[in-house]
Design a protein around this ligand. Structure first.
Ligand code: C5P
Length: 410
């Protein structure tokens, strides 16, 4: 009874795969879970509430109000009651509504009230699944902290064959069990993440900065928080927002501010992921007033070295604490990355090359190679930064359970 006493809200939407929700309900109940089904009006066209309430042992919720007595079904209470919400099958329409917050049925209002982690298992025709709008909505959901159990290839209701079949109920249950067992979870871990650029002031209106957007660091923070970690996200100036309640955001401007913030929280942390693009140098002095051109043909700015956050954490690290760094290199990439990992006493370094199309600053995608102190190397194809974050966290923390970071080789 691996799910004994767990409260699971199972959301069912209007897909032919809804018939599999009956099996999913049965499997969850058999493992000891209490299952509350919330079904959309379209979902009821595919499977009857009678079947589902018999299998779950609870009345199925579909409308905002109970017919007859007008009593209110409280999506807020469901949001508090649940340990997990699983939407399976999730249609393109419901995924779009979840991504856009269009709360026009009980299932979406329940999702918007949900305090627990949410999984979705998409199910739709292959062209709908690969449509740019569906891809965008799925990425939005991932960014919002939802775990997406990807659709698989196979025969579809349209008799076409391709990607779009809902994952089999047994595998959805396995993902749920893994989540509760902490298999891919980071519950109780405290993780410090640095992100974004740093700005080094020259005068009240100018600074030295770089093109880092912070997207990789924010994706990592979202991924760790989704897995139950307490995240302290120390970020330089960026337009991004971190919505997950598990993320405590600390805004800084300069490398020295980032250094102070990171050193303060690291002693109580389990790991630090250093994805910020920290300025190596800062102006030796900051002018109190705007520097005037004053007829000068040239202008020399004297710079002094900034503290290295990764190296400082590497020095103060105690056994069991992990530090993970990034290296953005333009030449002799792997050699430089390995040297950096050793110099900064990192357990693992994520290498991204500026030579790769679609990878690096500002892009939504990245192509990375993970290198570990114990000599392992793992390369990944070009993926969205959200997916790259998942790969990095999987590799770093699965490996740390086996006491060497990034220990898979491809
Ligand atoms: O700038 P560099 O290539 O040395 O950066 C490699 C790693 O060190 C990155 O993880 C970066 O966040 C970190 N770093 C840091 N503090 C610095 C410079 C770099 O934490 N002052």
């Amino acid at each position: 009874m691996s799910l004994q006493g767990k409260h699971i809200v199972l959301g069912i939407t209007g897909s032919i795969a809804a018939y599999k929700s009956a099996v999913l309900t049965r499997l969850l109940v058999k493992r000891g879970a209490e299952v509350q089904i919330v079904i959309t009006p379209a979902g009821k066209e595919f499977i009857t509430p009678v079947t589902l309430s018999a299998l779950s042992g609870r009345p199925v919720v579909s409308e905002f109000f109970a017919a007859g007595d007008g009593s209110w079904h409280s999506h807020v209470e469901l949001g508090l009651w649940a340990d997990l919400m699983v939407v399976a099958p999730a249609t393109a329409a419901s995924i779009g509504k979840m991504a856009g917050g269009i709360a026009d049925n009980m299932l979406i209002t329940t999702y918007l009230s949900m305090k627990a982690p949410v999984f979705v298992a998409p199910a739709m025709d292959l062209d709908m699944y690969r449509h740019v709008s569906t891809r965008r909505n799925i990425e939005l959901l991932k960014g919002d902290g939802v775990q997406v159990i990807s659709a698989v290839e196979g025969e579809l209701a349209s008799h076409l064959c391709g990607e779009g079949r809902m994952e089999e109920p047994e595998n959805i249950v396995a993902a749920v069990e893994r989540f509760f067992a902490g298999g891919n979870g980071l519950g109780k871990k405290r993780i410090v993440i640095t992100a974004g650029p740093t700005f080094e002031r020259i005068d009240p209106v100018r600074f030295i900065g770089n093109f880092s957007s912070g997207k990789m660091g924010f994706a990592l923070a979202g991924e760790c928080a989704r897995r139950g970690a307490e995240v302290i996200l120390i970020t330089g100036p960026t337009a991004l927002s971190a919505a997950h309640p598990g993320i405590r955001r600390v805004d800084v401007e300069s490398a020295r501010e980032m250094y102070d913030a990171a050193l303060k929280v690291f002693p109580q942390a389990d790991a630090a992921i250093l994805s910020a693009a920290v300025a190596d140098y800062r102006p030796e002095r900051v002018c109190g007033k705007k520097i005037k051109r004053a007829g000068r043909e040239s202008f020399t700015l004297s710079l002094v070295s900034n503290p290295d956050i990764a190296a400082a954490l590497g020095k103060m690290k105690r056994p069991g604490q992990l530090t993970v760094g990034f290296a953005l290199e333009t030449e002799e990439e792997e050699r430089n990355a390995i040297r950096k990992m050793e110099e900064k006493n990192l357990d693992c370094i994520v290498l991204n090359s500026l030579n790769d199309e679609g990878a690096g600053f500002g892009y939504d995608t990245n192509r990375v190679t993970l290198l570990s102190r114990s000599g392992e190397r793992r390369s990944f194809p070009l993926k969205s930064k959200v997916d790259v974050a998942r790969d990095i966290i999987d590799a770093v923390f699965d490996a740390s359970r086996n006491s060497t970071a990034c220990n898979e080789t491809v």
